[in-house]
Design a protein. Structure first.
Length: 459
């Protein structure tokens, strides 16, 4: 049946009432605007200026402001927590399948890591990390390490953390131990000298390949945005003013690991660093099959090692794509899969596995970890399609903030259990009192010499 006349009149009355309310609000708004005095406009202008300044200088608001820092830290802590990982397994069958695979992978790898650890010599510097439970989280483990390093620095000046936090010392360590890297053109301990050398064409050799890369040795966090690509010699000369300003600003900048929960302790360490500059040449690029149009990129595998053995690698195509020791490539191609940690096997860039790169990647990363005598380290490695022997080390990290998806739950167990159950041997050799960044396999002053079958064939 149709609506009655009373119903129609009631509806019309209700609509009319809403219209009158809107009109009243608009009249009130107009009256308020008309009632504003010059003082009000001045106050609004000052407020707008204050907000712009705060945003530009990252004071409370802005991309590095207090609000963003707090939200970022909460998000990072959440996404690596067991609660977050398990929650999505009840929502998404794909997330459940990925978690089960990660768990099975851990269960098959754990005995192999125990065996590796029981033959592993741990440098005394890494013994200070106090771990009393196996079921620790990834960020918890790194935070415990950061606290131990900060305590050792404050108590007796131990600066072994420079193996990562000072890029100049990091690369000197790689060079001393005959690891291949992208070409290093030089180090500078004064930004004025470097700026002069750069513009006088002395910083980059005449026969060097371009682009080259300016790096600040005292700034290792990505948030510092301290690496600058120098496209060509002409680019350098055409951008002198901009480059001069950038170099000076980064020289005076001090690292702030604000994206990580261990920032308080890590900042104590990085605050102690003497600024430095290095210039490094390029590494060959390869076609990324995941990108349209045959776009090229430098392929980098970031390998997580525990007790001198590689566990997995994060590779820089897709988002947090992961490669396991069995050669499977876990890809998260959609927003939903990325959100819930539900992977699919990648059909892209399978040449990484098929051309035999992985065996060389695992060996190189493990060799570096053994020389460092370190319980956990991430070794970043460049590879080139079609040439597995062109492998080279890029950097390392002892406080990795990479995204490891379902593996977040299981990787720290490998690391923690070795400490709780004392799987390792304490290194007592001739390099036991040396800072980690001064350890040398060629000089026989490093741990695990018996575990390295040959000198790194990568120089």
């Amino acid at each position: 049946k149709g609506r009655s006349r009373g119903d129609t009149e009631s509806t019309e009355s209700s609509t009319s009432s809403h219209v009158r309310k809107v009109e009243k609000l608009l009249r009130s708004f107009v009256a308020t605007i008309r009632g504003l005095t010059p003082k009000h406009y001045l106050g609004l202008a000052l407020l707008a200026c204050m907000l712009v300044v705060m945003h530009k200088n990252n004071i409370i608001i802005g991309k590095k402001g207090l609000i963003v820092k707090k939200v970022t830290n909460i998000e990072r802590r959440l996404t690596q927590s067991q609660f977050y990982l398990h929650f999505w397994t009840y929502i998404s069958p794909g997330a459940l399948a990925s978690w089960k695979k990660a768990k099975l992978y851990y269960e098959t790898q754990r005995p192999l890591f125990e065996e590796a650890a029981r033959n592993f010599e741990l440098h005394p510097y890494w013994l200070r990390t106090k771990i009393d439970k196996v079921d620790a989280g990834w960020y918890e483990m790194i935070s415990l390490r950061a606290k131990a390093m900060a305590d050792m620095y404050e108590e007796n000046g131990r600066d072994d953390f420079k193996i990562e936090k000072d890029k100049c010392e990091m690369y000197r360590f790689f060079t001393k131990n005959k690891f291949r890297t992208a070409p290093i053109h030089g180090y500078w301990d004064d930004y004025r000298t470097f700026t002069r050398d750069l513009f006088d064409d002395k910083a980059v050799p005449k026969n060097a390949s371009w682009p080259t890369f300016f790096k600040c040795c005292h700034l290792t966090q990505g948030s510092s945005e301290s690496t600058r690509m120098l496209k060509s010699r002409d680019y350098v000369h055409s951008n002198k003013k901009d480059l001069s300003s950038f170099i000076k600003a980064k020289w005076n900048y001090r690292a702030d690991d604000w994206e990580r929960p261990w920032a308080h302790d890590m900042n104590k360490l990085t605050d102690s660093l003497v600024p430095g500059i290095m210039v490094q040449g390029p590494y060959p690029m390869s076609i990324d099959e995941m990108e349209r149009g045959g776009k090229k990129t430098v392929f980098e595998l970031k390998v997580e090692c525990f007790w001198g053995r590689a566990y997995l690698a994060s590779v820089n195509f897709g988002r947090d794509t992961i490669i396991l020791r069995d050669g499977s490539i876990e890809l998260y191609p959609t927003w939903w899969q990325s959100k819930v940690n539900a992977h699919t096997e990648s059909p892209y860039n399978t040449w990484i596995r098929e051309e035999g790169h992985l065996d060389k990647v695992w060996k190189l990363a493990e060799t570096a970890a053994k020389i460092m005598g370190i319980d956990q380290v991430r070794i970043d490695i460049f590879i080139t399609k079609g040439d597995p022997d062109a492998i080279a080390i890029n950097e390392n990290s002892i406080s990795s903030g990479m995204g490891y998806r379902s593996h977040f739950e299981f990787m720290p167990k490998i690391w923690a259990q070795g400490h709780v159950e004392k799987w390792f041997k304490k290194y007592e050799g001739p390099g036991k009192d040396l800072p980690v960044y001064q350890l040398s396999y060629p000089d026989k002053t490093c741990p695990n010499q018996g575990l390295i079958s040959s000198e790194p064939p990568y120089a």
